[in-house]
Ligand binder design. Structure first.
Ligand SMILES: Cc1cc2nc3c(=O)[nH]c(=O)nc-3n(C[C@H](O)[C@H](O)[C@H](O)COP(=O)(O)OP(=O)(O)OC[C@H]3O[C@@H](n4cnc5c(N)ncnc54)[C@H](O)[C@@H]3O)c2cc1C
Length: 290
């Protein structure tokens, strides 16, 4: 069985290494001060796609990202790890997108890729943290969805069985194909870059990179289709500008605030019985428990 698998991947600022320069004075993210990385759970999603491909030879993995030109870096990273093709969705019209506008644009690109068996994405991006994009893409495409997937158990022509994380346990779910899965961090970690693929695909580029005077591998890219990353604009995916970027975003950010915890907002307890008793008493009395 040959599967056409699409992995949604986002390039995100590494919010796990936040330094003093991470925020601008106006409260927005200073992206230049944070390294840009492959969203961690999107790597878990990519690994699920690679395992599916190994179990179903002849399957194809396309990695799709929406972002600025530098997001082509994560497409190359996906090729090093075993993906077949990368698509960058990029256009000024997409700037300022909230999750609704992001999922609209991604769904339009998925329709253009066409004939998809499974869309895999991370549960959540570490910068936006909403976990809304996956479910919204499924909704926009009219696909069934299973969220919080930690393992794909089996798949056949018509359906898939997966394990998903639930509070205090794991649930097995069977669902029809085609569908969308959001994968969480409990799933297998992604395999590292393969040395041979790294040597081969470090030259892969989007047309904008290829057109730059500093780019050294133009000839190789133009003569080798496998090195040609796709770069699609709003017009390429037949999108409606009114539903993209700021104009397609009903979410309005009124204010961004730094929250600094003050000493009076934290308490220290030791492991002594009386401290634990006092903590439990306090949690019971303010109804945090009980
Ligand atoms: C008014 C407003 C303006 C904003 N303006 C900007 C802005 O100018 N620049 C900016 O960077 N952010 C902006 N954001 C944040 C932006 O909306 C979110 O980062 C984005 O919509 C994705 O949501 P999320 O990060 O919560 O993703 P989640 O819903 O947490 O992501 C879930 C999964 O969806 C997939 N996914 C999410 N985003 C993408 C993507 N871009 N490409 C491929 N797959 C993806 C990934 O698989 C990811 O793991 C803005 C938000 C608002 C509300």
């Amino acid at each position: 069985m040959k599967l056409n698998i699409i992995v949604l991947a986002k390039q995100v600022p590494d919010t796990r290494n936040v330094g003093e320069q991470a925020m601008n004075a106006d409260g927005t993210i200073n992206r230049a001060a944070l390294p840009a990385i492959f969203n961690p759970e999107d790597l878990n999603a990519l690994e699920q796609a690679l395992q599916l491909k190994e179990a179903n030879p002849g399957s194809k993995i396309t990695v799709l990202t929406m972002g600025p030109h530098r997001a082509a870096d994560i497409l190359r990273e996906a090729l090093y790890r075993g993906a077949d093709e990368g698509v960058l969705l990029t256009d000024r019209a997409f700037a300022g997108a909230d999750t609704l506008a992001t999922s609209y644009a991604l769904a339009a690109a998925i329709k253009k890729i066409g004939d998809c068996s499974i869309v895999l994405c991370g549960r959540q991006a570490i910068d936006g943290d909403t976990a809304q994009v996956g479910p919204q893409v499924a909704q926009q495409l009219g696909l069934p969805q299973v969220t919080y997937v930690r393992r794909i158990v089996s798949i056949n022509e018509n359906s898939i069985i997966v394990e998903r994380s639930i509070e205090n346990g794991v649930e097995s779910v069977e669902a029809p194909l085609p569908l969308l899965l959001t994968v969480d961090g409990a799933a297998d970690a992604c395999r590292p870059a393969n040395a041979y693929r790294l040597l081969r695909f470090h030259r892969a580029a989007i047309p904008t990179e290829c057109a730059s005077e500093q780019f050294k591998y133009k000839e190789q890219v133009l003569s080798d289709e496998a090195l040609q990353l796709k770069e699609w604009s709003l017009a390429d995916v037949n999108g409606d500008a009114e539903r993209c970027g700021l104009s397609g975003s009903p979410t309005k950010v009124r204010k961004v605030e730094n929250v600094v915890f003050r000493a009076k907002e934290s308490k220290r307890y030791t492991a002594a019985d009386e401290d634990i008793k006092s903590l439990i008493g306090e949690l019971l009395s303010n109804h945090t428990i009980g």
